[in-house]
Unconditional design. Structure first.
Length: 288
């Protein structure tokens, strides 16, 4: 491994050092704006529209692009989801699969499941936008490193959305459905736009106004397709079990497959968000 010589004081430092151990000068090379994308400094912006996502004017404008993106970038999505959900699914299968499910255990598993979603979503959005806009798929470390700073705000916004939706469902069901549709794009708003978590909920509510029937249609169709795929996977595992083949890695694999395909709904939220923005005035900034 080569060393790095400080251009300010001449001290020889390790190549991994970012600053000189003697004078503190920055050892990292300057990167021009033209070269930032190729050096990993690219920053995603939904303002850079691509032909992969059309304006959102109906359910098909959400279903078609989501299916296309998911199919085209399945391996990229799989890698991003796998590194987070695989340990969780192994733990769940080996530790709590045979346990009696009470409300405390169910709440704990639900919380862990939602934590996985919060970790995955920023990295997934980053990866999809980068590959759509530059044609270059980012590394897993790059995607999660970019999304790290987005997690706190996204977590707060997601928790508030879940609580409000749950209250609506418990009270009269219909208000809960309306709230869930109004918060359909809260994740991309919280990740890409400035403002607090409360502002993210308000912004999502305003963006989805007039589009909630279309969002409902797209979510229902996509959710039904995901249910069919996951039912087929679970049914195959049960078939093995009925034939005396009980092998815990099969259960883990089935759950991971379900987790991967469930992210299609996350991709849908990004597609709807960008699609709605494309219906706004041309050239309007989406970063407030």
């Amino acid at each position: 491994m080569t060393n790095a010589r400080c251009i300010q004081c001449g001290t020889v430092n390790l190549v991994a050092d970012e600053s000189c151990n003697v004078c503190g000068a920055d050892l990292r090379p300057e990167i021009s704006e033209e070269d930032r994308a190729s050096h990993g400094a690219w920053d995603p912006s939904p303002r850079v529209y691509t032909n992969d996502i059309p304006p959102f004017t109906g359910p098909s404008d959400g279903i078609g692009p989501t299916f296309h993106l998911f199919k085209k970038h399945l391996w990229l999505i799989t890698k991003i989801v796998f590194v987070i959900v695989a340990p969780f699914e192994v733990f769940k299968t080996l530790s709590v699969h045979q346990a009696v499910r009470d409300w405390q255990l169910s709440l704990g598993l639900f919380t862990l499941d939602r934590m996985c979603d919060v970790l995955i979503t920023p990295a997934l959005f980053y990866a999809l936008l980068k590959v759509m806009q530059t044609g270059v798929a980012p590394g897993i470390n790059e995607a999660y490193r970019w999304g790290l700073s987005k997690i706190p705000k996204l977590a707060v916004a997601a928790i508030l959305a879940w609580i409000l939706t749950l209250i609506g469902l418990v009270l009269l069901i219909v208000p809960g459905i309306i709230l869930s549709l109004g918060f359909a794009v809260v994740s991309p708003v919280a990740i890409f736009e400035k403002g607090s978590a409360v502002n993210a909920l308000r912004r999502s509510w305003n963006l989805t106004r007039g589009e909630r029937w279309n969002i409902l249609g797209a979510s229902f169709v996509l959710g039904f397709l995901i249910w069919i795929i996951n039912s087929a996977t679970t049914g195959a595992v049960h078939l093995f079990t009925l034939n005396g083949i009980a092998f815990w890695p099969l259960d883990v694999a089935a759950q991971i497959v379900a987790d991967i395909f469930r992210e299609a709904l996350t991709v849908l939220s990004l597609v709807i968000y960008v699609g709605i923005l494309r219906t706004l005035e041309s050239g309007q900034s989406v970063i407030e």
